[in-house]
Design a protein around this ligand. Structure first.
Ligand code: NAP
Length: 314
């Protein structure tokens, strides 16, 4: 369906429309057989991703979602029936800033009276470990924002993003070429450790769309995305599709941290993987069944089929 401009149809404000999650959300709503008005937020309306959506009838609004800009954030949210919100820790690596901006979006959405606030949450990795894995700021910040949103009583659907399939290639600390031309994929956890892999650009919006459209979901629901697969199986399938010899190696913590080449962030990354192994990415909570979605999401194997994997082996 095309984007609606009929005021009778719900207005969905999509934060981060030029990004992976927000872009996926906007595409899933445009694909829906239900009509939506869509307003996409970015700091730079001239970006190609923003222009592509504008050409499809999405209203693009330039706004910086920072706590010193609440008045303009409010204007950008004004009239929304639904707000999809994501924070981008990676841009500043500042846990407190992420918390403050996330809470600001909750409060502003509540002030303008949204009927549904859809939040790209993550679990606390600290809580199930009794504080052992408290260093993973981007999980803890998102969890704190979730708790704030719940206590604010805003109509809330929580849609955490799974483990991006693309991480496997972008995590240069993990996949390393050896002198003989083969590769080692090394993490500080057993090969049996599972993560809920998602092709985020292609599939994340499906889960957000389900949170809006599936009568069994909506306000009060938690819609967990991705398909569980072990790192050992990720590597085995990657090896098969690419034709490269790739071996999964469980490193000890210190070797892994050194291999990342990031003395500051290596310990945090190690904590994150160790927490996945000990407690699970979603702390063992159920992943939303694909029967709740408008179509089947891609598995890791589907993602590999759809990706020029050779480009990643330089
Ligand atoms: N990698 C994973 O496996 C994984 C899994 C789950 C969750 N996450 C989380 O996903 C989040 C990133 O989401 P993503 O992948 O969609 O990011 P992305 O592709 O880098 O896009 C970030 C989006 O946020 C917007 N944005 C950032 N700061 C903004 C600001 N101050 N004001 C307005 N817009 C702003 C950007 O808009 P403009 O630049 O156009 O203004 C852009 O559209 C991170 O917090 C990360 O922790 C990652």
């Amino acid at each position: 369906m095309t984007v609606s401009h009929d005021p009778a149809n719900p207005l969905v404000v999509v934060v981060g429309i030029t990004g992976l999650q927000g872009g996926s959300v906007a595409r899933a709503l445009i694909d829906s057989d239900k009509p939506y008005r869509i307003r996409g937020l970015t700091r730079d309306a001239s970006k190609p991703a923003a222009q592509t959506f504008a050409a499809q009838g999405v209203q693009i609004v330039s706004v910086s979602l920072t706590t010193d800009n609440v008045g303009n954030v409010r204007k950008a949210f004004e009239g929304a029936d639904i707000v999809f919100a994501v924070t981008n820790f990676n841009e500043h690596m500042d846990k407190q800033r992420e918390i403050d901006e996330g809470k600001m979006m909750v409060t502003t959405a509540k002030d303008v009276g949204v009927k549904l606030f859809i939040w790209s949450a993550l679990e606390s990795l600290s809580a199930p470990s009794g504080g052992k894995y408290s260093s993973v700021g981007f999980f803890e910040a998102k969890h704190e924002i979730t708790e704030y949103a719940k206590s604010s009583k805003i109509p809330l659907a929580v849609v955490p993003a799974g483990y991006y399939a693309s991480n496997v290639f972008e995590a240069s600390y993990a996949l390393k070429k050896q002198a003989d031309g083969s590769y080692v994929f090394g993490l500080p956890v057993p090969a049996s450790t599972q993560v809920p892999v998602i092709d985020v650009a292609y599939d994340y919006g499906l889960y957000v769309r389900a949170a809006i459209e599936n009568p069994a979901l909506g306000a009060g629901s938690e819609v967990r995305s991705g398909t569980l697969i072990s790192f050992g199986e990720i590597v085995a399938q990657l090896s098969k599709v690419s034709g490269k010899k790739i071996t999964y190696v469980q490193m000890d913590r210190e070797t892994f941290i050194e291999a990342t080449g990031m003395p500051k962030y290596g310990p945090m990354l190690s904590d994150m993987f160790e927490a996945f192994a000990a407690h699970g990415y979603y702390r063992g909570k159920e992943i939303t069944s694909e029967t709740m979605l408008a179509r089947k999401p891609r598995s890791w194997a589907d993602f590999l089929d759809a990706t020029q994997v050779q480009n990643f082996f330089v």
